[in-house]
Every structure is written in C-alpha cells, then in structure tokens.
Design a protein around this ligand. Structure first.
Ligand code: COI
Length: 357
C-alpha cells in the first residue's frame, strides 16, 4: 500500500508541475511572443545533411557576429499553427505545405533544407513538447515558427558553411489589434515589396524587414497595414505586409495570381479551395487597384491573420469603405468559420488537411 500511495503522490506532483494546459489569460491573447518550454534545433554542415535534431529548453542561441544570416540575410522562416480539439488532442494544419515552401525558398537563397519528413517530424516533436501551451479550443492557437538560417561564420559574400533549422512556438490570439473587426488598409504608392526575379515569392526574412518603414508610417496615420502594388505598373494588387488579399464582387472572388512576387500563402491556397466548395467562382489573375472601388468586400488571408475582413482601403487620398455596404463581411465571415472549424476539428476534414498529434 505504501508503494501505491507513494506512486500516487509522485504522479500528483508531476501533474501539478506540468498541468495539461498552462494558466494564461486566454481571453486577451494577441500576437506577441510568449516564451514556452522547448525549441527544436538541428544543424547542417557543408555536406547539406541535417543532424537528427534535438528538443532543447527554449532560450537564446549563440551566433558568431559574422554569421551569414546576420550579415547577408541568408535566412527563411515559416509559420503554421496547431489547434486544440475539444477532446484535448492537437491538430496541425497542412505542415507538409510549409515544408515544401521552405524547400523552394532554400533553393532561392542557396541553402540546404530539411526534407519534408524531417520538417514535419520536427514540428510534431516541438508541438508535443510544448503541448500545454496550445490554447483551449476556440481561444487561439499555437503559432509554430520554423527558421532556416545561415548560422556559419563568413566574411566575404558566399553561402554559409553551416545552417541551423530551428523551431519555436508561441500561443497566439488575433494578429491585428482590431481582433476580428475589419482592418483599415492604405495602398502604398512609393515603396514596393518585391520585383519579378527577386525574393518576394519565398519566405525570405529580408522581405519582412523591407516593409517595416511603410508599415510604421501607416500605423502612425491610424491604418492597420499597407497594401502593395506591383513594381512595374504600380497598378496591380500584390499583398499586404503579412498576408494575401482577396476582392469580392458578386459571386466572384479574385486574388492576385502567384507569379513570383507574392507569397504563395497556404491559407490563400486553402481558402481558394474552400470558396470553390461553397459555390464561389475564384479567379487568380492580375487584380487592378481600380477594382477596389466597386468591390463588395475585401479580405486578407494568412497563417497569422487567418481570414481578416477589410473595412476600408485608402488609395491616393481617397477612402473606400466596405463596412457600410449591403453585405457586411458576409463572405469573409463564412470562409473564416469554414476554415477555422476545420482547423479546430469541429467538422469532418474531407480535404485531409489536418494532422492529428
Ligand atoms: C504568417 O502568417 O505566418 C506570417 O509569416 C506573417 C508574419 C509576418 C507574422
């Protein structure tokens, strides 16, 4: 009996030390970093083969001041999410898509990449190690941030002699401070995000540093974010700093085609399929900025952003409001609900997009 009691006591202590879900203010989760317990780290030398990888305590990493990523921006990142189902288990959403996108981007930035299998396995290990940080169903998600960086020391411009594949996670809520309310965008007329032949079509870390100046100026004027136009004609929609864009007119939903300058978003790709299944006609094509004027609705998609309705867009000083239109974000609400129900395991996943952990 003594042994049994001892065993129960130690199990109880263990349970107290590692509760199934951490005690956080889940109602007020935004998109800020919350330190979690563990991160995944794998390294690769000049042979291009990544080490098995380890789960380590979450914390700072050491880099040479001459690391390729710090000096020449040789780095990629990814973003995907894990959601908690009502039975307590955890679902990943299309992790192989992120693995493939990292492989494409690594080719562009002259880096070796983990295989799809290693990427997905690493994501699973990292999420399971941090399972207690996955928010309760409907209260947010665990944002997973894989990084692939040139971590070797280099002075002259050349590919790094060593790479680090790292994954950390953070529980998150809504990306924009507006929450699920419509955001206000301004069309950028001076800066461009990407040019054909550049790196706009991959998730290079530098793509995100280059949008900060316009984003800050927009925020200071009260806008939520910036909508970019193409660099050749300064006329066709590209994307918002952190997400893709869709324009609704009647039963047709249009979105800029993937032609090398915009990020091939996984939420974008998924929303196209979901919208088609709901009977909308989806067109991937050049979308002129003029089409914003008589659109019924505009919305953004992204892993972090999910599906975010746009309330207004300001272009060359003229503001177009979508909130006041007859249909108030109907399409984006419908698509948001369909997508998130699938991600949380609330409906059958007939697409085979979720991976149960
Ligand atoms: C994502 O949606 O996962 C992104 O990578 C956007 C990032 C700027 C938060």
């Amino acid at each position: 009996a003594g042994t049994t009691l001892g065993c129960q006591a130690s199990m109880a202590t263990k349970y107290l030390e590692t509760p199934e879900i951490v005690d956080l203010d889940w109602e007020n989760l935004g998109f800020g970093l919350v330190d979690t317990d563990f991160m995944y780290v794998a390294k690769c030398g000049p042979d291009g083969i990544f080490s098995k990888g380890e789960i380590l305590p979450f914390g700072n990493i050491a880099l040479s001041p001459s690391a390729a990523v710090l000096n020449y921006g040789q780095g990629l990142f990814e973003g995907l999410k894990a959601h908690r189902k009502t039975d307590g288990s955890v679902l990943l959403f299309r992790p192989e898509e992120n693995a493939m996108r990292m492989i494409n981007g690594s080719d562009r930035l002259c880096m070796p990449a983990p295989t799809i299998e290693q990427f997905v396995d690493a994501v699973k290990q990292t999420v399971m190690a941090n399972k207690r940080w996955v928010p309760p169903t409907g209260k947010g998600s665990l944002y997973i941030r894989p990084l692939l960086i040139g971590s070797g020391a280099i002075l002259g411009l050349a590919p790094s002699p060593e790479y680090t594949f790292l994954i950390y996670v953070s529980p998150v809520g809504n990306y924009f401070k507006e929450g699920l309310s419509p955001i206000n965008l301004i069309v950028e007329n001076n800066f461009h995000r990407a040019v054909l032949g550049g790196t706009g079509g991959v998730k290079a870390i530098g793509n995100y540093a280059s949008v900060l100046k316009a984003q800050r100026a927009a925020n200071q004027k009260g806008y939520s974010d910036v909508l970019y136009l193409d660099a050749v004609h300064n006329k066709y929609l590209e994307e918002v700093s952190s997400c893709n864009i869709f324009v609704v007119k009647g039963n047709t939903i249009s979105t800029p085609a993937i032609e090398g300058t915009i990020l091939p978003g996984i939420t974008r790709k998924s929303i196209i399929v979901v919208a088609n299944s709901k009977g909308y006609k989806v067109e991937e094509r050049p979308v002129s900025v003029d089409e914003l004027l008589d659109a019924d609705e505009v919305f953004c998609t992204g892993t972090a952003v999910v599906v975010s309705p746009v309330g207004s867009i300001t272009y060359l000083g003229k503001r177009v409001e979508y909130d006041g239109k007859q249909r108030v974000c109907d399409v984006s609400k419908q698509l948001y609900t369909s997508l998130t129900s699938l991600q949380m395991g609330l409906v059958d996943d007939r697409m085979g997009w979720t991976m149960q952990l």
